[in-house]
Ligand binder design. Structure first.
Ligand SMILES: Nc1ncnc2c1ncn2[C@@H]1O[C@H](COP(=O)(O)OP(=O)(O)OP(=O)(O)O)[C@@H](O)[C@H]1O
Length: 170
């Protein structure tokens, strides 16, 4: 069974991956699988542009967890969508030294439920669970994900309403 761990940058995928690794549960990063599908490097945005369709088409499903903000596009059996309230997400990204443009862009995408909407276009609802990380610790988040993967916790599509953050700087 393959579980995709997705979410807007800053929602906590890498942090959770490190916790799983420490618990002896290996996690593969999407970056490790994208090499052959990089089209170019966007120096302004410090990001690689990848051929997403080619990456998805070539992807051989694996056992375990794959993390990254595009992994919901993959043929996963389960998808965990991490969420974070836009103003808190902005603070997390500023602390990383992101440009204000990138901070606002990601906060707006989070307020718009962009990744969740994409996930719902690819996967049936029962495969998807949404976890709001805003007010919980990374360990709690990791525990919830483990329970979902084991089948001990039902999926949840409780979608926070962050429409008040739309169209304004946070
Ligand atoms: N419940 C939580 N779960 C995960 N991370 C949390 C949580 N609460 C606070 N954080 C903090 O949020 C930040 C998340 O950063 P992280 O790099 O893990 O995000 P990411 O989703 O992997 O971003 P990217 O897509 O850019 O790699 C970390 O500083 C982490 O400590």
């Amino acid at each position: 069974m393959m579980t995709a761990l997705t979410g807007t940058p800053g929602t906590g995928k890498t942090t959770i991956a490190a916790i799983f690794t420490a618990r002896g549960i290996p996690v593969v990063s999407q970056k490790e699988t994208m090499g052959p599908h990089i089209l170019e490097h966007d120096a302004d945005r410090d990001t690689d542009i990848i051929d997403e369709d080619a990456w998805v088409d070539a992807f051989v499903p694996m056992e375990g967890i794959i993390e990254g903000h595009l992994t919901h596009l993959l043929p996963a059996d389960r998808v965990v969508v991490l969420r974070c309230r836009p103003d808190i997400l902005a603070a997390r990204l500023r602390a990383r030294g992101y440009s204000e443009e990138k901070v606002q862009e990601n906060a707006e995408a989070e307020a718009l439920d962009a990744i969740l909407i994409e996930t719902l276009e690819v996967h049936p609802e029962e495969q998807i669970t949404v976890i709001d990380t805003t007010d919980q610790s990374p360990e709690q988040t990791a525990d919830e994900i483990e329970a979902f993967i084991r089948g001990d916790a039902p999926h949840s599509l409780a979608v926070p309403d962050w429409s008040e953050y739309l169209g304004r700087r946070v």
